[in-house]
Design a protein around this ligand. Structure first.
Ligand code: SF4
Ligand code: SF4
Length: 346
């Protein structure tokens, strides 16, 4: 079935009467997934949004529960997420990333109920890419930019419309409400996409492990500002910190995104910090993305979206890290051993 582009807004309006529909929109000069608003432009033509759709499932700040004390009675009120939402126009790099968030928040005996509630209430509509950005390298991690794996419904641009297909039972059910907006039509053959970044990531895990003590990390970290931008735009970064706001006898506990490049990220009680230098923090970021996560879950924690490449103010580029470490291995650099690291206090 085909959704003609001229019917797109009618469909979104209909969906928005029953759920919060997040679409790519330009707000304050940057694209992000924001609630559909009648009359506002939907940016489906751009490859990826500046901010990932992560924030619709795992908000930057989220109240966990509120509390109030009256005499000896304490009342706790946990947050419950009941709003139905649709993520519309998500790219394959981001559906891959949502699958990784699912692994972190919903598997290995740990269930994050706030994430679970949002995930259960969310329909994901993917859109195949037609024009990768210069910084895109999803195919280097085996991701098919046309497939939307992990989504419920897949859209494929046919020129004047989108070919619509359900990928899950939830997608099939949801499409019943779409039928007034669809017409008969066939899928056109996917266009061959040209990526300016194509990396061999097959040995990256081994390379990073063998170069763990290499001076490369120190040189790289000299440039890092510890600003956390890379983690905040990353669709797979999922670390958070918890705190509370107390106002007399009432208050609330909340969580906020955190970044492993922040100097106090791993600070413990008594001010011991197992990663006291920028070198250790930045090395940990890349090791987690390209090695440690794979040890635990069997997949890469980088989807090759390139957002951190575009936004890092210091020009630190994960694709360069993959290439550099591969070249260093080729040159036999792992033999330099642990004496090569000279840590610089930060
Ligand atoms: S965005 Fe760049 S400078 Fe900022 S913390 Fe990340 S790597 Fe460091
Ligand atoms: S590390 Fe960078 S390229 Fe990889 S998923 Fe995160 S933002 Fe995208």
């Amino acid at each position: 079935m085909i959704l003609k582009k001229e019917r797109l807004n009618d469909l979104l309006e209909a969906l928005a009467s029953k759920a919060t529909v997040y679409v790519p929109r330009e707000l304050d000069g940057q694209t992000r997934f924001a609630p559909f608003a009648k009359g506002s432009a939907v940016e489906l033509g751009k490859a990826k949004t500046v901010f990932s759709p992560k924030e619709t499932l795992f908000p930057q700040t989220e109240t966990l529960y509120t509390y109030a004390q009256l005499g000896e009675d304490i009342t706790l009120c946990e947050t419950v997420n009941t709003t139905n939402q649709v993520l519309f126009g998500v790219r394959s790099c981001d559906t891959y990333s949502i699958e990784r968030l699912d692994e972190v928040f919903l598997t290995r005996t740990f269930i994050d109920t706030l994430y679970l509630e949002r995930r259960n209430n969310t329909l994901i509509v993917a859109l195949g890419c037609t024009e990768p950005d210069r910084s895109c390298f999803c195919t280097s991690f085996g991701i098919d930019p046309a497939a939307g794996t992990g989504a419920d419904i897949q859209l494929t641009d046919t020129g004047d419309g989108y070919f619509v297909e359900a990928l899950t039972g939830r997608g099939t059910e949801a499409l019943q409400a779409w039928s007034p907006f669809l017409t008969e039509g066939q899928k056109t053959a996917a266009r061959e996409l040209t990526f300016s970044l194509a990396l061999d990531t097959s040995n990256v895990k081994d390379s990073l492990e063998q170069l763990f003590e290499h001076a490369y990390w120190n040189d790289l970290s000299m440039k890092c500002l510890g600003c956390g931008t890379c983690a905040f735009v990353c669709p797979t970064c999922h670390c958070f910190d918890m705190s509370q706001n107390n106002k007399g006898n009432t208050g609330y506990r909340f969580r906020t995104w955190d970044s492993c490049t922040f100097s106090d990220y791993s600070m413990m009680a008594g001010f011991h910090n197992p990663r006291p230098t920028k070198m250790r923090r930045l090395r940990n970021r890349f090791m987690h993305k390209l090695s440690f996560f794979s040890d635990r879950y069997g997949s890469s924690l980088c989807c090759g979206c390139g957002r951190c490449i575009e936004l890092c103010p210091a020009g630190i580029d994960i694709s360069r890290v993959i290439e550099d470490t591969s070249s260093l291995m080729g040159a036999g650099a792992e033999q330099q051993g642990s004496t090569a690291v000279k840590e610089v206090a930060s």
